[in-house]
Design a binder for this molecule. Structure first.
Ligand SMILES: Nc1ncnc2c1ncn2[C@@H]1O[C@H](COP(=O)(O)OP(=O)(O)OP(=O)(O)O)[C@@H](O)[C@H]1O
Ligand SMILES: [Mg+2]
Length: 223
């Protein structure tokens, strides 16, 4: 899996928010996106996830332009909002919802839902009404709902902002497991946590430019 950013820019009226000549992200890579409030992190992640259009340029995934991804539903690029959204129904229903009818048997589906709930530390809460979860629990649920889809790339916008140490540990384990399945992770975060330490690359959006501030030499195979 390879995502290539080809000369994208984003403008709001006369304001040029950013201009990024090139960026390549390979399978299983994890990136920490930094930048001050208003630098454009959320906008960039939404553009990479195909939720917003750049003002110019394009995003290519495995050689295919983002405008055609919808024709290839197995290329799943998911953006998770900082304030997680939950559907009415139980925690388990919420996770199941993502998969719909993709699984051939009810048994397969149940197994998969159970495994993801376990990974998210939500097994005990499986039957609880999802809307009654705490902020941190909702964050883990949103991640579980994304994880069950086996995404190719996952954008996490401030995923640890509301989390305590134990939840950060669980989210770190979930992200590690997704990375091991070759999922690319991009996360924005103002705090340094076990999750940001896991990232092989650090990018910074500053004054409209994207700078690579750190690349862990251990991961030079991705360079
Ligand atoms: N639809 C829009 N019209 C005009 N300006 C916008 C629009 N959407 C975002 N902006 C502006 O673009 C800038 C970047 O916003 P963005 O949400 O991407 O920043 P961010 O880096 O995620 O900030 P934060 O750390 O606060 O989450 C902000 O100054 C914002 O006001
Ligand atoms: Mg933001």
């Amino acid at each position: 899996m390879r995502i290539q950013v080809q000369g994208i820019s984003k403008k709001y009226g006369e304001r040029m928010l950013f201009s990024i000549p090139s960026l390549e992200i390979g399978s299983g890579q994890s990136l920490h996106l930094q930048g001050e409030n208003g630098a454009g992190k959320t906008t960039l992640m939404k553009i990479l996830a195909g939720l917003e259009r750049p003002s110019s340029g394009s995003i290519i995934l495995n050689g295919i332009d983002s405008r055609s991804w919808w024709k290839r539903p197995h290329y799943k690029v998911i953006y998770l909002h900082q304030t997680p959204f939950v559907f009415s129904g139980s925690v388990s229903d919420n996770v199941r919802f993502g998969l719909g009818y993709q699984f051939s048997s009810r048994r397969d589906l149940d197994k998969r839902v159970e495994a993801v709930l376990e990974l998210a530390g939500l097994t005990q809460l499986a039957m609880q009404e999802a809307r009654t979860l705490s902020g941190g629990e909702k964050q883990r649920l949103a991640l579980a709902r994304a994880a069950i889809l086996e995404p190719s790339m996952l954008m996490l916008d401030e995923p640890t902002a509301n989390l305590d140490a134990e939840s950060i540990k669980i989210v770190t384990e979930m992200v590690t497991s997704l990375s091991a399945q070759e999922c690319c992770i991009m996360l924005s975060s103002h705090q340094k946590t076990s999750l940001t330490q896991l990232c092989q690359r650090q990018l910074q959006l500053k004054a409209g430019q994207l700078l690579e501030v750190f690349a862990n030499p251990e991961y030079s195979k991705y360079a």
